[in-house]
Each structure stands twice: as structure tokens, then as C-alpha cells.
Design a protein around this ligand. Structure first.
Ligand SMILES: Nc1ncnc2c1ncn2[C@@H]1O[C@H](COP(=O)(O)OP(=O)(O)OP(=O)(O)O)[C@@H](O)[C@H]1O
Ligand SMILES: [Mg+2]
Length: 511
């Protein structure tokens, strides 16, 4: 059962607002509805009276859009916001009534599609001054691919290299087309095949792609999906000679288009679909739904989504990305568009829209509203094995386990010459001696060299051990051929009672 109710069903659902003059046309999505939808009708009498003034969110679009499944799903969720009431304007009202008679609203979700009177919606917005979720003036631009590309370019968003061929009888100077077998030249800009030819009207989906002779020539003619087809091959190799077009370079993708759907500047859902430019056969699953591939947007692409949403002033905005040559290029901006068949998107979208509306209008309606914190937004998701918390991210601070070995050697020395060093550099005061100066290190090296020579003849085990240590000391000190900088030092520690049993590893040389 749906929580959507029409005012003509009013006997048992008593709408809280009677808005506009054509009640039979206007639909209400009740506010303050209980989450249990059956209760809404059964316990209506017992419900607490709603707050005095609700925020009315008007939906003004063609019926095909305002009654679509995604719209219904999202509005059902949106009207669960305590202070929001949704009013769907009927198509008959929109088309036939003067805007003065349209239901009033505080926030307007309105968008153009085929047959929609955008001029009237603009006039209504001027009259009623609602908060606009999607700007209406910008929707004129969205209908013209030239304007869309101009805006994208102004925003510094990557798009395919393109040129506009205007066939305007009043401005013949703008129409300079030179056609070769394997290229076109549009106002001086050369496009070798493959290139793409798009009608300037964004509503016209007859996009043609021309193949080079090396690939057999001809063209692929795209059109609005009809059943299982989205394009057809044509042997025609020459471009259209009537109408105005955009010509652009063909971007070599992996054969998929990335469809992006924003809900405000900080949220974008993306999914990939097979490009209609391939063979024109639409991939469908057993339920007949077009197959979609999951997509993770890169940080750059998320920035593009934000820029598109902001530049076109469309909170809810769909656009197409072509991933090619290591970049992403925007090739189409469609304006208002919802993702189909994604519960997660319906939930997210309604929540974000509700928050945007409350944040914008809550204060002037004196509604005690605080922006929900992330902690309140517990990510519980339904799964096949019940509901559970969704893992949103894993944060780790990781360091490699390699350590540079301590470049230290330790040895025990007993020879009087070492004690002479102790004497000479006043080591007995503290029992420790640190030798860093080149001449001091040279002295230690001289002692090591002398002792190595002296011990040379012996073959006693213990002496052998001491000899190898002395040789090590000698070679460390001989390293680099001279003493300079701070790369070596010698530390001596006086041990009057001999070597302690558990000496720390890090101790210096011992005497
Ligand atoms: N420059 C390009 N390089 C490669 N392929 C392209 C290019 N431009 C468009 N296409 C392909 O053609 C398809 C249709 O192009 P585009 O999206 O511009 O037209 P549209 O009819 O407005 O689409 P929509 O149905 O999304 O409104 C794209 O989805 C993409 O697969
Ligand atoms: Mg497109």
C-alpha cells in the first residue's frame, strides 16, 4: 500500500491542507504520517494534530515524471520528515490553469520534460517565490547542447573537443562545413573520423557516429531506446545537411557510459551502462531491466559532479561521463533525473533533499531543527541475513616494518694504550669518554693498527677473537679513507669491576 493519497480520496484520509483551486487534480502526501503506513488510515482520528504550519514541497512536472516509480518512492520517504508536506500538482492544472491558480508551496521541485510549460513554471516561481530545488531558468540552457557545452567549458570541466555548426539562414557566415571522406572541417576545426554529430537540441537523441574508411566507413545512428535497440548501423558516410549540429571527437571508452546522478553538491550516485554506440543492442536482465555496472567515482569525478550540480544550479542532476585516455569527459547534462531501482538511492536522496529543505526553510518557519549529525545517521542496511551495520570505511595508519640496522660495534678492551687515551682526554672524571674529532679517531685507529700487528703472530683462540674485533674496529675507522663530518665516533666506558653480566645492547665501547 502506498502512503500517497489524492484529495478525492479524502473521506478517510482528510488532507491537512487544501491547496490550490483544483483539489481533484492536486495530490497530497501527508505529513506527520506514522512510519507504519497502515496506521495512517486506520488511526487517523487518533493522530496528534500536526504543527500549525508545515513546509509545503510542491512537485511540478509532467505526470509521467511525477508519478514515476522513483519519484513515488522518494516522495514517500520525504514526507516522513515531520514538518514536510508534499503536494503533487496535477498535469491538467499545470497545462491548463493560469499560474495564479496553481497550489502555493514553500519549496518547489519542478523540471522540464517533453511537453512541460517551462515558461509557466518560471512565472509561477516568480509569483510564489518558493525555494527552488532545481533552478528553472537554467533549464532553458539544459535543452540546448551548445549552452551545456559552453557552461561546462566556462567551469573548466573536461569535455570532448567540439565545434558548433549553426545552420541559420540569417547567419550564413556561421555555417562553414568542408567534408572529406575521412574528416569534416567545421568553421576551421578539423575532426577526423571517428567523430560524433549531435543535434543542438538536447531533446533530440538522434546522435550519429561516423566511422573511418579504415573501419569500413558508414555511421552508427543512435536514438531514444525502443525495446531492445538503442542504435543501428547505416552505410551512410556523409554527414547530415539540414539542421544544426555539434561535431566532436569520439572518445574511446571501454564500451560503457558512466551515468552520474547528483543530489546536491556533496552526493553523487554513479553506474555504468553499455554504450549505445556499440552495436545498439540493449543489455537487459531477466526482469527486462537494463544491466548496470557498479562504478566508484574517482576524487576528480566527484569534483566534476559537484561542479556540474553547482554550475547548472540543479540539486538533482543527471549527467554522462566518458572515461577515456585516463580522463573523464562530460558529454551530456540532462538536469533533473533520479536513479531507478535503487533503495539505497531512494533513502539517501529523500534524506538529503529533506535536510536541504529543512536547513533552508526551517529557520523562517521557526521549526526547531538541527542538522542531523553523522552519529544519528546509523548506517543500518538490510541484507539477506537480516539488518546489520554497514562498514563505511577502514582507516589505518601503516608504516613499513624495516629498521635501519644500528651501525654500532662493541668490544671489550684492556690494553694500556686505551687507558692512556682515558687519561689524556680526562675520561676518569665521569668514567666515560666520547671521541669525535678526526685526530682523536686517528689515535684510536693507530692503536688498533698497532695491536693488530702485535697480535698477528698468535694463534690462541681468545686472542684470535680479540684480533678479529680489533680488525673490525680498524676497518670501520679506515672507512671513507679519512675522518670528516659526523659519521663516526668512539665511546669508551670505564668498568673498574670488569664487564657487567647483563650489559645493555646500546652501551658504547667499554674499557
Ligand atoms: N564524444 C563522444 N565520444 C564517444 N561516445 C560518445 C560521445 N558523445 C556521445 N557518445 C555516446 O553517445 C551516447 C549518446 O550521447 P549523448 O549522451 O550526448 O546523447 P543524448 O541523446 O543526449 O543521451 P541521453 O539519452 O543521456 O540524454 C553517449 O551515451 C555515449 O555512449
Ligand atoms: Mg546521454
Amino acid at each position: 500500500m502506498s502512503s500517497l493519497t489524492t484529495s478525492s480520496e479524502g473521506e478517510n484520509s482528510t488532507p491537512r491542507f487544501v491547496v490550490g483551486s483544483r483539489d481533484d487534480e492536486t495530490e497530497f502526501l501527508g505529513s506527520n504520517m506514522k512510519t507504519d503506513e497502515t496506521d495512517f488510515f486506520e488511526d487517523d482520528e487518533e493522530e496528534e494534530s500536526p504543527p500549525e504550519r508545515q513546509i509545503v514541497v510542491g512537485i511540478c512536472a509532467m505526470t509521467k515524471k511525477s508519478k514515476s516509480k522513483p519519484m513515488t518512492q522518494i516522495l514517500e520517504r520525504l514526507c516522513k520528515f515531520e514538518y514536510i508536506t508534499v503536494v503533487i500538482m496535477g498535469e491538467d492544472v499545470i497545462l491548463n490553469e493560469p499560474v495564479e491558480n496553481w497550489p502555493s508551496c514553500d519549496c518547489l521541485i519542478s523540471f522540464h520534460s517533453k511537453g512541460f510549460p517551462l515558461d509557466k513554471a518560471v512565472a509561477y516561481a516568480k509569483l510564489c517565490k518558493p525555494f527552488l530545488i532545481n533552478d528553472l531558468d537554467m533549464q532553458y540552457y539544459i535543452q540546448d547542447r551548445r549552452e551545456v557545452y559552453r557552461i561546462l567549458q566556462e567551469e573548466g570541466i573536461d569535455l570532448p573537443r567540439y565545434a558548433v555548426l549553426n545552420r541559420d539562414p540569417d547567419r550564413p557566415e556561421e555555417c562553414n562545413l568542408v567534408e572529406g571522406e575521412d574528416h569534416v572541417e567545421v568553421n576551421g576545426a578539423v575532426f577526423p573520423k571517428p567523430f560524433v554529430e549531435k543535434p543542438v537540441s538536447a531533446e533530440d537523441h538522434n546522435v550519429y557516429i561516423y566511422y573511418p574508411t579504415s573501419a569500413g566507413g558508414g555511421s552508427q545512428r543512435l536514438f531514444r531506446k525502443i525495446g531492445s535497440r538503442s542504435s543501428v548501423y547505416s552505410p551512410e558516410s556523409s554527414v547530415r545537411k539540414t539542421g544544426s549540429y555539434i561535431y566532436e571527437e569520439f572518445m574511446p571508452t571501454d564500451g560503457t557510459d558512466v551515468k552520474v546522478y547528483t543530489v546536491g553538491p556533496d552526493y553523487a550516485h554513479a553506474e555504468a551502462r553499455k554504450s549505445p554506440a556499440l552495436d545498439g543492442k540493449v543489455e537487459r536482465d531477466s526482469e527486462g531491466k537494463e544491466i548496470r555496472y557498479p562504478v566508484m567515482l574517482t576524487a576528480m569525478e566527484k569534483l566534476v559532479a559537484r561542479k556540474v550540480c553547482v554550475a547548472f544550479k540543479q540539486t538533482v542532476c543527471g549527467f554522462d561521463l566518458l572515461r577515456a585516455n585516463g580522463h573523464s569527459f562530460v558529454c551530456d547534462v540532462n538536469g533533473f533525473s533520479f536513479v531507478k531501482n535503487s533503495m539505497k538511492y531512494y533513502d539517501d536522496c529523500a534524506k538529503i533533499l529533506g535536510n536541504i529543505i529543512m536547513r533552508e526553510l526551517g529557520p523562517q518557519f521557526h521549526i526547531p531543527w538541527s542538522i542531523p549529525t553523522e552519529a544519528e545517521d546509523i548506517p543500518i542496511v538490510p541484507t539477506t541475513s537480516g539488518t546489520m551495520m554497514e562498514l563505511r570505511c577502514v582507516i589505518a595508519v601503516i608504516r613499513h616494518g624495516d629498521r635501519t640496522p644500528k651501525q654500532k660495534m662493541k668490544m671489550e678492551v684492556k690494553h694500556p694504550r686505551f687507558f692512556e687515551l682515558f687519561e689524556k682526554y680526562d675520561g676518569y672524571k665521569t668514567g666515560k669518554l666520547k671521541l669525535k674529532k678526526p685526530e682523536q679517531l686517528q689515535e684510536v685507529l693507530d692503536i688498533a693498527r698497532q695491536l693488530v700487528v702485535e697480535l698477528g703472530a698468535h694463534s690462541d683462540c681468545e686472542i684470535e677473537e680479540r684480533k678479529s674485533k680489533l680488525e673490525q674496529l680498524k676497518s670501520v675507522l679506515e672507512m671513507y679513507g679519512h675522518f670528516s663530518g659526523i659519521n663516526r665516533k668512539v665511546q669508551l666506558t670505564y668498568l673498574p669491576h670488569g664487564h657487567p653480566k647483563a650489559a645493555s645492547e646500546d652501551e658504547g665501547k667499554e674499557t
